[in-house]
Design a protein around this ligand. Sequence first.
Ligand code: HEC
Ligand code: HEC
Length: 322
Amino acid sequence: MKKFLLFGMGAIVLIPVMLISYVKFALPNLGPAPDISIELTPERITRGAYLGQICMDCHSQRDYETFAGPIVPGTHGMGGELFSPEILDEIPGNIYVPNITPFALSDWTDGEIYRAITMGVSKDGKPLFPLMPWESFGKMDDEDIYSIIAYLRTLKPIPNEIPERELIFPVNILVHTLPHKQENKLSRNNTDIIKHGEYMFTAMGCGDCHTPISKGEPIPGMTLAGGMGFNLPTGGTVFTANITPEIETGIGRMTADMFVDLFKKYEDSTFVPSKIKKGDYNTLMPWLIYSKLEEHDLRAIYAYIRTVEPVKNPVVKFDPGS
Ligand code: HEC
Ligand code: HEC
């Protein structure tokens, strides 16, 4: 009887240990990176630079003491920004944004970069925490991903070693179960404006900020309803807007022209982003990056957003804190 009990207790301890070891060492198991070789054509580099602007929102140094945190010139792709719970409660540890200039990626194959961007696996097989929007990018057309890779190859190499991330338990285990091949690919060749809008919306990662998350999952019924709070380095918290077509609390009253103007006013050559003092309003909405989107892409994104379920969710954009 005693022996049996002991065995039972051993199993209770052993099974989770074995499971954890399995998950940590055997997963992700997506096989070798695809065997591809991407020709750097001028078309691809141009297209990649257009789509890849969004990568630079995270993978560059930012000047948060200026409106909308412009990219510090000469830092494109060098990484080093730290995402931690001090910025967003939902971040389970300290995650440093890697260097994606040729300084870091020159010994990666095109297939390894493809696998990282679309499936969430680093060169050495390490799973990437989905703060890196590989879940969205994985839905993109392969030709567009090839263009982004071609563009990354043209970046100026910037020496910058990035610290290892530290994830809290159990996320450090669970993260191994996340990477996967994307089955629901979207096409980039759409004559339908709503379909084209959904594609650009996905490629630009709009949903990653505007749909609030809890415990790593999008909150059901809150698609694009906003309210996710980011603490700013200059003090205060900025909350993502409700961009559902809801009339009172969303952007239901905003016309397509108003929507386009909201972005394009930052592209005007006379626009100079203002300096931010401690506790002043600032935003993490990448207005300066998105202002360079072509008007037809912005109109398509607007048309797509109009098709999502309206959700009543009042959001106060800024809390200056104490
Ligand atoms: C919202 C912020 C964000 C955006 C936008 C973003 N990334 Fe990342 N990226 C990250 C973070 C954070 C990591 C590291 C994740 C980790 O360590 O778990 C990462 C990791 C990577 C890696 C793996 C590097 C390595 O050393 O393992 C590559 C490659 C990469 N990103 C490329 C891109 C490209 C290309 C784009 C644009 C199409 C992009 N990223 C957009 C945040 C972002
Ligand atoms: C890094 C996070 C982030 C991403 C990515 C992001 N947004 Fe935002 N967005 C915000 C925040 C924060 C606000 C509220 C503050 C402000 O208006 O700047 C906002 C505000 C807005 C507003 C203003 C709404 C209003 O009522 O004034 C619109 C429209 C919008 N976002 C659309 C988009 C679209 C479209 C995309 C993708 C092309 C996108 N956002 C991507 C964070 C983000």
